[in-house]
Ligand binder design. Structure first.
Ligand SMILES: [Zn+2]
Length: 87
């Protein structure tokens, strides 16, 4: 979404409605996407704490519905994994 006029984000560097430069928005969205990919890789590798941290960081950069689910899953798995280590 364009931070200036809230037009739908279409992956272009310039907003089609108001002409705002969206380069920074695109850079942040791409960075959050890479972080979510790394979180998924950490989940697959069994590093739940790292997955939780990466997913939470990606959500701070760019909130998405999928990222929200990934962050919730990472948090839950990290808590379970920490509880299992205590038992
Ligand atoms: Zn705009």
């Amino acid at each position: 979404m364009c931070p200036v006029c809230r037009a739908r984000f279409r992956g272009a560097r310039v907003c089609s409605r108001c002409g705002a430069d969206l380069t920074v928005v695109m850079t942040l969205a791409a960075s959050a996407w890479r972080m979510r990919q790394a979180a998924r890789a950490a989940l697959a590798a069994g590093d739940m704490a790292l997955a939780r941290d990466l997913a939470a960081e990606s959500q701070r950069i760019c909130d998405t519905p999928a990222g929200r689910k990934l962050a919730a899953l990472g948090k839950w798995l990290a808590e379970r994994s920490a509880a299992a280590a205590r038992d």
